[in-house]
Ligand binder design. Structure first.
Ligand code: NIG
Ligand code: FE
Length: 411
């Protein structure tokens, strides 16, 4: 007898399991099964598809006509950090530019200060709240970056907190060392980069990936290349914050360095975008940052997809450029501003997001971890459509219900 059967699923969203990320036209293909069921045993999927046979199970979850999908994957977050920067909103309102705030010692450097001043426990408590909210919103796989320590002690502190979150919550995580995220005030750029390169030796014990912020006034393409080569020499896979604000050629560098993903890409060059189809790099788009920074120009998702590229979506949750941990909100912005179709969006936050961080999640095929979400929505197009609210009703991690939407208290 199996452990659990989830019955009365109105429609079941089944992204395709592949060895490579879905690209171009494939991203617009999504299997959706009407009148479905999911059978789970020992935390793994036994069956997910149309109601055919009767499966005996010890426990029955009645989906009551809701829709179901694999749990979502958020492949780019800065979830572990100290403090917040709500005061920057008024600066932004006055038109002060994001990179100008950083240049003046604010922005990322402000959060560095607050992260350095926070204990391991304080960082853990703060990140726990965000992770809890992510789970409540249907996310069970999360990538988490360091990058607010900018010295040995505090970068390792962030990575250790990230590891502890991984151990203590019912989620899958990937950890990324982002030592070169900004240059501390008064430090020589090259000398600081060398220090962060040396730190790779210790950081690699806690991290799956190495990342760098390649941007005007932060690190150049040449410096990013040096860092990525050093990381790869140590066996770490690389990622890059590329072409977010200025078109420096970060995407081309990501391809040259065989990066697993290139993230942001708002200002990526036409040449870079057209090369995506011949690489297995996932373009991780973060439209929540463009929205939050109040910019007009969003990443050219259509260009990337129509030219055969692999695209994913993430929150980039951080205290400065995108202050939301709700991936459903990003799905809505992707529909509205990136002109992505519902099928492309669902593939982007499941299978392709998993590929972007080398995580084996995002599908519901036999043998997969039983990580799924029951959505209180009439169909899969509805979630990006009805924006800004949580549609997740029940979240099941490894076959166990870890969240169920509470109703009102008695009144
Ligand atoms: O991905 N662009 C660089 N890093 C973050 C922002 C971090 C911050 O503002 O604190 C990002 O957008
Ligand atoms: Fe980021």
């Amino acid at each position: 007898m199996n452990d659990t059967v989830v019955k009365n699923i109105k429609s079941l969203i089944l992204p395709k399991k592949t060895d490579q990320p879905l690209k171009g036209q494939e991203m617009d293909e999504l299997e959706i099964i009407a009148d479905a069921m999911v059978v789970i045993d020992e935390g793994k999927i036994v069956y997910a598809g149309a109601v055919t046979e009767v499966y005996d199970a010890k426990e029955t979850i009645d989906a009551k006509g809701m829709i179901a999908s694999p749990a979502l994957v958020d492949p780019h977050t800065h979830v572990v950090h100290g403090g917040s920067r709500e005061h920057e909103m008024s600066l932004k309102r006055q038109g002060v530019d994001y990179l100008k705030i950083l240049e003046k010692g604010g922005g990322i450097l402000n959060t560095v200060e607050q992260t350095r001043n926070a204990s391991h426990e304080a960082l853990f408590d703060k990140a726990s709240k965000n992770i809890t909210r992510m789970i409540q919103h249907g996310v069970l796989t999360v990538e988490s970056k360091s990058g607010y320590g900018l010295d040995r002690e505090n970068e390792l502190k962030q990575l250790k907190v990230s590891r502890e979150i991984h151990e203590r919550f019912p989620i899958q995580m990937r950890h990324t060392y982002l030592g070169p995220h900004a240059v501390p005030k008064g430090r020589d750029n090259e000398e600081f980069l060398n220090e962060m390169i040396e730190l790779l030796d210790e950081a690699q014990d806690y991290a799956d990936f190495a990342d760098i912020f390649c941007e005007t006034g932060v690190f150049t393409v040449e410096q990013s290349r040096r860092y990525m080569e050093a990381a790869r020499k140590r066996g770490l896979k690389v990622k890059i914050h590329a072409d977010e604000i200025d078109p420096l050629g970060g995407l081309e560098l990501a391809m040259e360095q065989n990066a697993i993903s290139a993230d942001h890409l708002v200002a990526a060059s036409e040449t870079g975008k057209s090369m995506l189809k011949d690489s297995d790099i996932v373009a991780v788009l973060l439209p929540g940052t463009t929205f939050y920074l109040g910019k007009e120009k969003f990443a050219d998702a259509r260009g990337m997809l129509d030219n055969g590229g692999a695209v994913s979506l993430a929150t980039d949750y951080n205290p400065g450029s995108c202050v939301t941990d709700n991936l459903q909100m990003i799905m809505a912005i992707a529909a509205l501003k990136l002109k992505m179709t519902p099928n492309e969006i669902w593939n982007a936050v499941t299978v392709n997001a998993a590929h972007a961080i080398n995580a084996d999640k995002g599908t519901l095929t036999e043998g997969d971890e039983a990580n799924l979400v029951l959505w209180d929505a009439p169909n899969h197009e509805y979630i990006p459509y009805h924006y800004g609210v949580n549609h997740a009703h029940t979240v099941i991690a490894g076959g166990r219900t870890v969240y169920e939407r509470p109703g009102l208290l008695s009144y």
